[in-house]
Design a binder for this molecule. Structure first.
Ligand code: ADP
Length: 289
C-alpha cells in the first residue's frame, strides 16, 4: 500500500442557486443553498485514500464553524488529520452563485489555506515518511516549493497538479518528478513541463496520456460512462494515479482513468469520488474486455 502526503487546500463551498443574480445594492430571493466541502488538496487526498493508499493531509482550517465539518470529511474518509492545522481566522471558502442560466460566479477566499506557510518539523516528518508527496496550487507557492525540496531530499516522489494554472518559478519545476495536467494546463505550461521527467495529461472522455523521461509514450482510453457531472473528475484521477504510481505508469493510468470516469457519474466533487470496490470492479471489467 502506498503512503501519500498531500500538502494542499481544504475549503467549504457555499453554493447558492438563484434565478437572476442581484444588481449592486439589490437583494433577491435565492432558490437553494448547499455547503459542499472541497479544495483540491482535500479532494485528491480522499480520492487517493479511496483508491487504496494510506494518506495524511497536511493543511489548515480556520477557527470558524466550518473547521469541524472539514476535518470530519477527511477523517470519515480515513485520511490522517494529525497534521491538519487550526489557525486563527476563517477557513478557506468559495462563495458560488449559480444562476438560472447555469452561469457560475465564484469568489474564493483562501483563508486558512493562504496561511499554510513554514512547514513544521512534524509536517516535514510526514512528507519524509511518504512514498509520494502530492501538491496543487491552492496554497502559497513557497510552501509547495519547501515541501517539494524536502520530499526530494528524503527520496519521496514529488507529484504536482499545477492547478489553478499559473506560471511557476523554474526552481519549483526543478523539484517535480511527476506532473498531472489537463489539456489546457498542458498547453499553457508546455515549456516548463518539457523538463519534468514524468508528465500525465488528462484528456476528458478520451482518457489520459503519459510521457516518460526517455520520451516513452503511453495512453489509456477513456472509460465509457454515463456522465452526470464532471466536477471533481480531475482531482479523482490525480488521487487514484498517485495511489498506484508505484505500480508503474501503465497501471497508474488505468486506475486514474477508471476512478476519474466513475467520478463523472455522480453529482458533486468530493461526494462523487468512487470507493475502492467500485473502481476494482470496473477495472476488472475493462481488463477483461
Ligand atoms: P479536468 O476536469 O481537470 O479538466 P479532464 O476533463 O481531463 O480533467 O478529466 C480528468 C479525467 O477524468 C480524465 O482523464 C478521464 O479519466 C476522466 N473523465 C473526465 N471526463 C470524462 C468522460 N466524459 N468520460 C470518461 N472519463 C472522463
Amino acid at each position: 500500500m502506498a503512503r501519500i502526503a498531500v500538502v494542499g487546500s481544504i475549503n467549504m463551498d457555499l453554493v447558492t442557486t438563484v434565478g437572476r443574480r442581484p444588481q449592486p445594492g439589490e437583494t433577491v430571493s435565492g432558490e437553494g443553498f448547499a455547503l459542499v466541502p472541497g479544495g483540491k488538496g482535500s479532494n485528491q487526498a480522499i480520492a487517493a485514500r479511496r483508491a487504496g493508499a494510506e494518506v495524511d493531509f497536511v493543511g489548515a482550517v480556520g477557527d470558524d464553524v466550518f473547521a469541524t465539518a472539514l476535518r470530519d470529511v477527511l477523517s470519515e474518509a480515513g485520511v490522517g488529520v494529525s497534521r491538519l492545522r487550526v489557525v486563527d481566522g476563517p477557513s478557506g471558502i468559495a462563495a458560488i452563485v449559480v444562476d438560472g442560466g447555469g452561469e457560475n460566479t465564484i469568489i474564493v477566499v483562501a483563508g486558512a489555506n493562504g496561511r499554510m506557510t513554514e512547514l513544521t518539523a512534524a509536517e516535514r516528518q510526514t512528507i519524509a515518511a511518504a512514498d509520494v508527496l502530492m501538491c496543487q496550487l491552492e496554497i502559497p507557492v513557497e510552501t509547495v516549493l519547501a515541501a517539494a525540496r524536502h520530499a526530494r531530499a528524503q527520496g519521496t516522489v514529488v507529484m504536482l497538479n499545477p492547478s489553478p494554472v499559473r506560471d511557476l518559478p523554474a526552481e519549483v519545476w526543478a523539484e517535480v518528478d511527476v506532473a498531472v495536467v489537463n489539456e489546457g494546463e498542458g498547453e499553457r505550461l508546455a515549456e516548463s513541463l518539457s523538463a519534468v521527467p514524468h508528465v500525465i495529461t488528462t484528456l476528458g472522455a478520451a482518457g489520459a496520456a503519459y510521457r516518460g523521461p526517455d520520451g516513452e509514450q503511453l495512453s489509456h482510453p477513456g472509460v465509457p460512462v454515463t456522465v452526470v457531472d464532471t466536477t471533481g473528475a480531475g482531482d479523482t484521477f490525480t488521487g487514484a494515479l498517485a495511489a498506484h504510481w508505484h505500480e508503474g505508469p501503465r497501471t497508474a493510468l488505468a486506475w486514474g482513468c477508471t476512478a476519474g470516469a466513475l467520478a463523472t457519474t455522480k453529482l458533486g466533487a468530493s461526494a462523487s469520488i468512487p470507493e475502492l470496490a467500485e473502481i476494482r470492479r470496473v477495472l476488472a471489467e475493462t481488463v477483461g474486455r
